[in-house]
Design a protein around this ligand. Sequence first.
Ligand code: AMP
Ligand code: MG
Length: 336
Amino acid sequence: MEILSSSDQNVQRAAAALADGLLVAFPTETVYGLGADAFNVHALAKVFEAKNRPHFDPLIIHIAEHDALSRIADTASLDRAAGERLSILSRQLWPGPLTLILPKRPQIPALATSGLATVAVRFPSHPVAQKLIRLSTGAIAAPSANPFGYLSPTRAEHVKAQLGQKVDFILDGGRAAVGVESTVLDISHGQPRLLRPGGTPRETIEALIGPVEFSFAQAVNEAPLSPGQLESHYAPRTPLVLCRRGELASLPAAATEGRLYFSPSTNHSEAAGHGTRVLSQTGNLAEAAANLFDMLHELDSLGLRVIRAEEAPLSGLGVAINDRLRRAAGHTTPAL
Ligand code: AMP
Ligand code: MG
C-alpha cells in the first residue's frame, strides 16, 4: 500500500473506504492508528487479523465531536460523580491524548470491547484524524497501526514498513507530535483508575478531578525481576535493556551496542556515537516522548546486538516514557 498525502480528496476517499468496511491507517497526535468502522464487525475482525492482535485486547473508539459519545457510551447510566468527572474531563481535555473507559452501548459490537461491559473512547486532536472520522461513520475503532507487541508507529513510513499490504489506505499526516499513546482512565464506576500512563500526565487529570488510583509500576526498579513477569510490548526486534538514570554513561561503549539517553550524557565523545540517540537535548519530557518511538525505530534498524536505554525522570510524561521502555525491555533480562 502506498502512502497518500492527507489532501481533502484523499481523506474523502479514505473515509469512503472506512464506511465500506476497509482498513485505513491514519495520523493522530499520539501514534498512527489502524482504523475500522466501529459499528462494522467484519471490519473490526480485519483489524485484529492485520495486527495479529489477541481478541482479549479491546480497541479504542475514536470520535470527532462531543455529541458522538452518546452513540457509543451509555453515559446516562453513570452515577452523579462519574457523570461530573466525564463532563469535566471531556470539556477540558478533549480533543487530546486521553481515553476514557465508560459503560458501553449495545450498538458497539462485542468484538471491539472484547466482550467487556465497558468501552474505551477518545477524541483525537489531529486535524486529519478529525476530518476522516467526521466524513466516515463518526466512530472509528483504532489500535496503533503496528503488529501486536512491536514498536508503535509515529510516521506513515513506519506503518508501511510494518503492515504494508494489510492496510487499504495509509494517510500521511506528518510525525506524531505527542509520540506516546493516550492515557487510559476508567471512570465507569467507583474511584477513577489510571489503567495506562500516556500522553496526558496524571497530574493534569488530578488537578481537574482529584486523586486517581493507578495500577502500573512507575519506576524502572519497581519492575518484576523475572523477565517472564513483564509483559513484552512496544518492543523493538533488538533486545532492549533498561538502566537507571546516570548509569548508562559510566558503562564502557561498544560498537555493537545502541544507547538511548534521556538527556545529554556528560561524556560527550561517547554521546556522539552512531548508535547513540538522546531523547531531549534540554531534558524536556514532551520532546523526549515525541522522539521515543522514532529513535527506537532508528536504533532497531541498525542491526545492533542490544539497545541500552536510560529511564526518564518519574513525573509528568516521564511516567509514560518509562512504562513504554520497561515493556519494550519485557522480552529481555532487565539486569545490566
Ligand atoms: P491500543 O489502542 O493498542 O493503544 O490499546 C488500547 C488500550 O486500551 C489497551 O491497553 C486496552 O486494554 C485498553 N482498553 C480498551 N478498552 C478497554 C476497556 N473497555 N476497559 C479497559 N481497558 C480498555
Ligand atoms: Mg498499541
